[in-house]
Design a protein around this ligand. Structure first.
Ligand code: FAD
Length: 279
């Protein structure tokens, strides 16, 4: 069992615990994007195992009737082993998603994985006529061109600022420049993407800008935020009628994820320390 201190950011170790969390979210008008924690497998068995676990999870989502989809990491289902391993496992997960009417997202990892992830997405979203979503990162200088390519495809796109340290020749380094790029890309997406826009950010300024763009262009959109980060804002947005999806990690590999969340902001670290000290 995960300790209560980590349960702000992680929904539990098992699919059953994760689905119980989703039921609570759904009652508050928030949908869920389930992510089984795991990444960077260098051997085939764990990559195949997690791809299989996602397929079982999809069946569980369908059976339980919750409003949830899944999001997989390329290196979790084989990209570090080989592009063909990733492509095969990703195709199996998307196929199962299609059979059970459960949407499948693919997260975006560091810049060395961008082409392989886009290529696999393009193949599958074309084959399945949507039902698949991909994430792109505003800090990468190539993202404007990637969005042009994605605007011709079915499926959904989540725009995030980017979580990986990338070299200066490939990525904007200053926060203000990343924010500027984020706003530009959002505007492009609301203008060009008929299937809707996924705003993957906790930033009140970006969420407000998305609302303005929605009013201007009429394009549907959803706000996506992490479990444990601005939860109240998630419930408030849902109550105002915005479609909100909470990214919900679960699984046995919760420790390093929890550590990352606790360290990224002073308030999260204080929250963790207070929980340890019982205050
Ligand atoms: P920031 O630029 O970090 O902060 C801007 C403002 O937002 C802050 O000033 C504050 O007002 C508010 N805020 C931000 N964080 C907090 C907090 N913890 N508590 C309170 N207020 C806060 N990255 C990838 O590279 N690949 C992915 O596939 C990917 N998927 C993601 C999926 C989802 C659903 C989300 C939400 C993020 C994902 N990310 C991914 C991470 C993303 O790239 C950013 O690193 C992360 O979201 C931080 O950027 P931000 O836009 O939320 O806000």
């Amino acid at each position: 069992m995960i300790p209560p201190i980590a349960s702000r950011f992680v929904a539990g170790e098992t699919p059953a615990e994760a689905i119980a969390h989703v039921e609570e979210l759904n009652e508050r008008g928030v949908n869920a994007i389930l992510n089984l924690l795991g990444e960077h497998y260098h051997e085939r068995p764990p990559a195949d195992e997690d791809a299989q676990a996602y397929q079982t999870l999809i069946e569980d989502i369908d059976q339980s009737g919750v409003d949830a989809c899944v999001s997989v990491k390329p290196s979790q289902i084989g990209l570090d082993i080989g592009e063909e391993v990733f492509a095969e496992n990703f195709a199996d997960v998307v196929e199962t998603g299609d059979e059970h009417d459960v949407f499948v997202w693919v997260d975006m990892e560091d810049h060395e994985t961008t082409d392989a992830t886009l290529d696999a997405f393009e193949r599958l979203t074309t084959e399945h006529d949507g039902g698949v979503g991909i994430c792109v990162q505003a800090n990468l200088k190539r993202t404007g061109e990637d969005l042009e390519r994605l605007s011709d495809l079915p499926g959904k796109v989540r725009l995030v600022k980017g979580a990986y340290d990338e070299p200066a020749e490939l990525a904007y380094q200053e926060k203000s420049r990343v924010n500027e790029a984020y706003r530009d890309y959002l505007e492009f997406m609301f203008r060009e993407f008929e299937d809707g826009v996924a705003v993957g950010s906790h930033d009140p300024e970006m969420l407000e800008y998305a609302r303005e763009l929605h009013d201007e262009y009429g394009t549907p959109y959803e706000a996506q935020m992490l479990m444990g980060v601005r939860d109240d804002a998630q419930y408030d947005l849902a109550a105002e009628g915005v479609e909100v999806w909470q990214y919900v990690p679960y699984g046995g590999k919760w420790l390093s994820y929890f550590y990352r969340r606790a360290m990224e902001r002073k308030e999260n670290l204080l929250f963790a320390l207070r929980a340890v000290l019982g205050r």
